[in-house]
Design a protein around this ligand. Sequence first.
Ligand code: ATP
Ligand code: MG
Length: 383
Amino acid sequence: TLVVPDNPTIPFIEGDGIGADIWENSRAVFDAAVSYTYGSTRHVEWKQVLAGKKAHAQCGTSLPSETIEEIRRSLIAIKGPLETPVGEGIRSLNVALRQELDLYACVRPVRYFAGIESPLKHPENTDITIFRENTEDIYAGIEWNAGTSEVRKVIDFLQHNMNVTKIRFPQTSSIGIKPISREGSERLIRSAIEYALAHKLRHVTLVHKGNIQKFTEGGFRRWGYELAQREYANEIADGRLEINDIIADNFLQQILLNPQRFDVVALTNLNGDYASDALAAQVGGIGISPGANINYASGHAIFEATHGTAPDIAGQNKANPSSLLLSGCMMFEYIGWSKVADVIREALQKTFAAGLFTADLAPSARTALSTSDFAQAVIDQIS
Ligand code: ATP
Ligand code: MG
């Protein structure tokens, strides 16, 4: 955990689309929970920093350097969803932010709340924290289009130097590169193990496709086991830690069939992408899935709603603030204010159990609460 003063200043990026709807209401819940827990002895000073559409309108760039500097200084920030404007040469603002601070671990706790509809018969068995590698894999974006001279050279080289004649590899192929490094894998897996130990969770599972991709995905697996043996031999010996691994396709079956088998899972970037959405769906979807992007070495962390800007319902006071609320819980835990996180989670749990939902989770339009009424219901559960 990060040591912060009793009155920390925490930067927030409100975000685009439904960002304004969910931020204002989430902030009210955060303040109520801090005040309930600590009275007047602790207080968060929220400081708006700009990114996305708002930043573009006010500063002419969607990711101003002041925003990055402010977050760099504060170490942490919380953010709503961002729209990446076209024509600034940025593929994704979210990715650009992560790269600036080298936030290598994407952390997604997936936990079921009673009262929420799930496709599973026993959704309550799902309590899994995902550690997805955030900086490597096919997301490096190194690929070449079919027919370019780079591709021709690579294919010629491979056909002359390797035994690729037996597989289909015509000149009409496009090619992508998947870099997976030992350092990249180790820092992610070490974070997953540290998290498991800190939360007294025993199982850390390496999810990979090493049966097919021996060196990249297989490397991730092997480096993970080696790291555990080297740095956590005591914890393994006394039974506090158990490292195992599973092939990614089987993992996607097992989370549906036997989710109780998993505590903390570590995955490469692309597998982590698939698994995050699949797991989110089995506990109620993107409206309630929190996330954080963290560099455990530098301490930098951005806590964020994992859904998009949802332009279809933006500004209508309809959006579900739960994803941002639960991301806030992760943030309070990260700064050592775990009691605040517990208070918010418990209030949210009681709100759902009382049958109170925003439109995305309500059984019918008639029973749906607005964003602000839902947030107020959560606050009512606190006081
Ligand atoms: P973006 O391009 O920013 O990803 P999007 O339209 O893809 O925006 P998503 O956030 O991915 O939006 O949402 C997909 C669907 O889920 C939309 O119909 C949206 O209304 C709904 N949705 C997403 N987040 C929420 C939320 N917090 N509350 C309610 N509905 C949501
Ligand atoms: Mg989207």
